[in-house]
Design a binder for this molecule. Structure first.
Ligand SMILES: [Zn+2]
Length: 293
């Protein structure tokens, strides 16, 4: 091997090792304090995440995120215990989907009160999932929880990703926790299965009109970043584009198969989750414009 070939080989090896470093698997779970706050944390387990707030009178936790993770609820509680020994007073469900709310038993055993939107409470009672704690209390349009000097607003703004999503807003911290309806920097996917397309557009507009700076999503954003109002506006634009692109296909009688093949969501090809999310989006908007559902 001559010197140049050796150099090229060396550079390739170096590049390969950097590539391995860049793709090192991230830890299965993590707890991080939200920058610039005294007491707001994100617990991530796999690809799900949940906000919790520590106050002088106790903790307000949200989604247990332990679907298919039998020890996930206890793990979440253990992570909170590393931050504070105050009791967990509340567990607030973002909506009724099990991938976000299953696994709360450890919190129930520790004495937390479970709160959800009324529709979530009703649906969960009907489904009686063995891994999901039923809510103790229901919220209709809004409720404000005040604990140890922290105020958390629970706001219902109509159907969107499901018919039971609550927006959680911390007015002092100017943070909202919005699960599944507003992915940060990526194309939505499986979540479209229970989606209310037209109402979701109104919902996102209402979320943008609230007073906040940062949005914690229920799945990590691209590069783990939090969302902004621009991300919410971008997601709204994406949904409107999807709707507008599917509408003529559906109204010319092409749903399901032909429309799903022709639907490309043009303009979003470079967004993360494009290929995986596309069939779910196509099907949901075929449902809307091709079936009236
Ligand atoms: Zn969901």
């Amino acid at each position: 091997m001559n010197r140049i070939a050796l150099l090229v080989f060396g550079l390739l090896l170096l590049a390969a090792s950097f590539d391995v470093l860049a793709q090192a698997p991230r830890p299965p779970y993590a707890t991080t304090k939200v920058e610039g706050t005294d007491n707001v944390y994100i617990f991530r387990n796999g690809n799900h995440q949940s906000m919790f707030v520590v106050t002088s009178d106790g903790v307000i936790a949200t989604d247990p995120i332990a679907y298919g993770r039998p020890t996930g609820g206890q793990l979440y509680l253990d992570e909170i215990r590393k931050v504070t020994d105050k009791p967990v007073k509340y567990v607030i469900y973002s909506h009724h989907h099990f991938d976000h709310i299953a696994g709360g038993k450890a919190f129930k055993d520790a004495g937390a009160t479970f709160v959800a939107h009324r529709r979530a409470k009703e649906q969960l009672a009907r489904l009686a999932d063995p891994h999901t704690v039923l809510p103790d209390e229901a919220v209709d349009d809004s409720r404000t929880i005040t604990l140890g000097g922290t105020t958390l607003e629970l706001i219902y703004l109509g159907p969107n990703h499901s018919d039971s999503n609550l927006v959680m807003r911390l007015p002092k911290e100017r943070i909202v926790f919005v699960v599944d309806t507003i992915p940060v920097g990526q194309v939505p996917g499986r979540g479209m299965i229970d989606f209310h397309p037209l109402e979701a557009e109104e919902f996102i507009q209402k979320v943008i009109a609230l007073d906040w700076d940062r949005l914690i999503p229920g799945h990590p954003g691209v590069n783990d970043r939090l969302g902004t109002k621009k991300d919410a506006a971008d997601q709204l634009a994406l949904l409107k584009a999807a709707s507008a692109q599917m509408k003529p296909l559906a109204q010319s009688g092409k749903c399901w198969d032909d429309a799903e093949k022709e639907f490309k969501l043009t303009g979003y090809e470079s967004w993360p989750n494009y290929a995986a999310g596309l069939p779910f989006i196509a099907r949901r908007y075929c449902g809307l414009w091709g079936r009236g559902t």
